[in-house]
Design a protein around this ligand. Structure first.
Ligand SMILES: NC(=O)c1ccc[n+]([C@@H]2O[C@H](COP(=O)([O-])OP(=O)(O)OC[C@H]3O[C@@H](n4cnc5c(N)ncnc54)[C@H](O)[C@@H]3O)[C@@H](O)[C@H]2O)c1
Length: 439
């Protein structure tokens, strides 16, 4: 098939590249000239394992194109995916300005019938709005091309995005058209070879499924964080509790890790957007509001714990921070707990040595550009001259560090672990004072 993907961020770039890898002709369109020029040179603007090789292979093969010219893509495509950002608006709702812009451009540009697929995470009712915007532009032009708008929310996880796209748990397609559902089934068939994974439903339910899924995952995290906070008070160990709970097949063991809060480009904004949508619809989403509140408090967990041990004035104390990205295997810093923690420590007078395998450039440029942070080349450089170690992101390289080196460097011999990486018994054996979340 010939496909246009509008928006080359984490979702659009992965989607376009994976479709091209299956032999489709794909046009990836973005408004950012610099980004498109970089992609043409093989420079990938985001870190996502496996993506660079896949882009290179398909670009060289000639079936993956990068352009700022939407018309070039649309003229040649029977399918067009909208994968632009839907950030949080001022009132908490999803900001649909980019989606609306793109819908308008599609209506102004197409020269034949087309299926438009909403892949961005958008509130219930957006597909209808997209269709109306395109139709208005077509009416202005006096054209009667058939436009079918389908909802196909994306469930990939940053850090494992290529693998998730290639081997999806499920593909949700919301449509009222048999023709569109046949085309979507054909398109996704190579990804669902050994198991039928496509679930076709009405458009509104598909849009809602994405929000409900993210809210459920955020809910599990906040639930476990609340349990961890209670464990803290009672002297229980959340790791043991997690194992005990997770072995119940009705609960399951994934997504039950306590920590210093969720971040990223999806959970925070999607939970808040769902709260707004529900409230606007006349329903008070008490549970979702608590999920968000627990998470906001949890982002303060480490700094509060540190102050309870070292006092509120941290002048003269140097903290080595391991991990800045909101989770491992990504350079994405959006809503990362590290932002809250580092700002709290600096406000209390502390000094910061920071290290992250992938996100330091982004951190420096966009999140901490006005802050005095010492960026270090590796994790051991960060502990040199530091008094305390704080683990914020659970990158694999932090899992089995040289504890002797840590102990000999840290003058206060203290680790605060926001991701519960180590066993209390090991830390005791090593003679390191260790504070984790809920154990
Ligand atoms: N990042 C994730 O892990 C993830 C997972 C599932 C769903 N989503 C959803 O997918 C959507 C995209 O997320 P993302 O993280 O890829 O966003 P992103 O911010 O990384 O990328 C969006 C891209 O769209 C481009 N863009 C904006 N307006 C445009 C226009 N008019 N024409 C062409 N390009 C335009 C931007 O320049 C940018 O490159 C969001 O709705 C998000 O909620 C994200």
């Amino acid at each position: 098939m010939n496909i246009t993907i509008i928006g080359t961020g984490y979702v659009g770039l992965v989607t376009g590249t994976c479709f091209s890898d299956m032999g489709n002709e794909v046009y990836c369109v973005d408004v950012l000239e610099e980004k498109i020029q970089s992609l043409k040179k093989g420079i990938v603007p985001i870190y996502e394992p496996g993506l660079e090789e896949l882009i290179k292979r398909n670009y060289e093969r000639g079936n993956l194109h990068f352009t700022t010219n939407l018309k070039e893509g649309l003229d040649n495509s029977e399918l067009c995916f909208i994968a632009v950002g839907t950030p949080m608006g001022e009132d908490g709702s999803a900001d649909l300005q980019y989606v609306r812009q793109v819908a308008k451009q599609i209506g102004q540009t197409i020269i034949h019938d087309i299926i438009v697929v909403d892949k961005s995470t958008v509130p219930v009712g957006t597909a209808d709005e997209v269709k109306a915007i395109i139709q208005e532009e077509l009416d202005n032009r006096g054209k009667d091309y058939k436009v079918c708008v389908v909802s196909n929310p994306e469930f990939l996880k940053e850090g494992n995005a290529v693998n998730d796209f290639m081997h999806p748990d499920r593909i949700i397609v919301g449509t009222d058209s048999d023709y569109a559902s046949d085309i979507m089934a054909m398109l996704y068939e190579p990804f669902t070879k050994n198991h039928e994974r496509m679930i076709i439903m009405d458009i509104k339910s598909a849009e809602m499924t994405k929000y409900a899924s993210n809210c459920m995952l955020a809910n599990r995290i906040s639930f476990m964080n609340e349990m961890a906070n209670i464990c803290d008070k009672l002297g229980a160990n959340i790791d043991n509790v997690r194992k005990g709970m997770g072995s119940d097949s009705r609960i399951g063991s994934s997504f039950l890790y306590a920590g210093c809060g969720y971040g990223g480009s999806c959970f925070p904004k999607d939970v808040i957007a769902m709260i707004k949508t529900a409230t606007d619809a006349g329903y008070d989403p008490v549970l979702l509001k608590s999920v968000e509140e627990v998470n906001n408090n949890q982002k303060q967990y480490l700094s509060n714990k540190i102050k309870s041990v070292l006092g509120n004035d941290l002048t003269g104390v140097t903290f080595a921070i391991w991990g800045l990205s909101f989770k491992p295997e990504t350079d994405d810093m959006r809503e990362a707990p590290s932002i809250t923690i580092i700002k709290e420590l600096l406000d209390a007078g502390a000094k910061i040595n920071a290290y992250d395998p992938k996100s330091m450039v982004i951190a420096k440029e966009f999140y901490f550009n006005d802050l005095d942070i010492n960026y270090c080349n590796n994790k051991y450089d960060a502990i040199e001259g530091a008094d305390v170690l704080v683990i914020v992101t659970e990158w694999k390289e932090f899992r089995s560090p040289d504890f002797k080196k840590i102990k000999s460097n840290l003058s206060k011999n203290l680790i605060f672990d926001g991701r519960n990486q180590f066993k209390n018994s090991l830390m005791e054996k090593m003679g390191i004072k260790y504070y984790a979340v809920g154990k």
